[in-house]
Design a protein around this ligand. Sequence first.
Ligand SMILES: CC(C)(COP(=O)(O)OP(=O)(O)OC[C@H]1O[C@@H](n2cnc3c(N)ncnc32)[C@H](O)[C@@H]1OP(=O)(O)O)[C@@H](O)C(=O)NCCC(=O)NCCS
Length: 213
Amino acid sequence: MSAPGWPAVLADGPVLLRPYRRGDGRAWSQVRLANHAWLAPWEPTPPGRWDDLNSPSAFRYVLKELRHTALEGTAMPFGVFLTEPTGERFVGQLSLGNIVRRAFCSGYAGYWIDNRAAGQGIIPTALALVVDHAFTLGGLHRIEVNIRPENAPSRRVVEKLGFREEGYHPRYLHIDGFWRDHVGYALTAEDVAAEGGLLARWHRLRGPATNSV
Ligand SMILES: CC(C)(COP(=O)(O)OP(=O)(O)OC[C@H]1O[C@@H](n2cnc3c(N)ncnc32)[C@H](O)[C@@H]1OP(=O)(O)O)[C@@H](O)C(=O)NCCC(=O)NCCS
């Protein structure tokens, strides 16, 4: 049995989102190991050493857990890739998690990108693709993003897309060793319906960007 909206492959230009495969382990590990200092300040406190948790062999367990949550319908975990002449290049991850249905129909978005691919608008594009998918085939009504106040690049992602800043959550998540405050942003389906979705809004707002993929 599969959950609404899963599995799915989403694309806009060279930005491709798809479920992870077993063969992604080596690229995933290379990117995660190369980005320890870039990612650790914004990630849940790891239960062990970064190198062990992000080794090629650890990917087997990561994949098992992601597939389990996707099958039970509580997550949509996408790998983010760039389509290049030589093939797909793994650059990051964008997941919807904590999906609750019934009267809530809501999920939390989390994301990260390889610092060598940052600043090209890849994650805003990926987030817009996933939000539109969640609001249609995924059957969701609301997407939240919770961000540490000092994470200026991540706040720019949601602010550029027009997410609504809704609240301030003291000591909200255990990130990088401590309970950290977060700013809560959200969108509901009604917010983007008249514009033909979030990707259409992003294309319109972005215009002919020069440093973008
Ligand atoms: C937050 C993050 C996912 C943004 O992804 P992205 O694809 O680079 O997004 P954008 O290209 O839209 O860039 C967002 C902002 O980052 C900043 N930025 C641009 N290039 C950058 C670079 N090379 N390094 C750091 N920040 C950069 C800019 O302020 C940019 O905003 P602008 O477009 O108004 O100038 C990425 O910075 C990242 O992975 N950070 C570490 C993990 C993290 O914070 N995850 C989110 C937790 S809530």
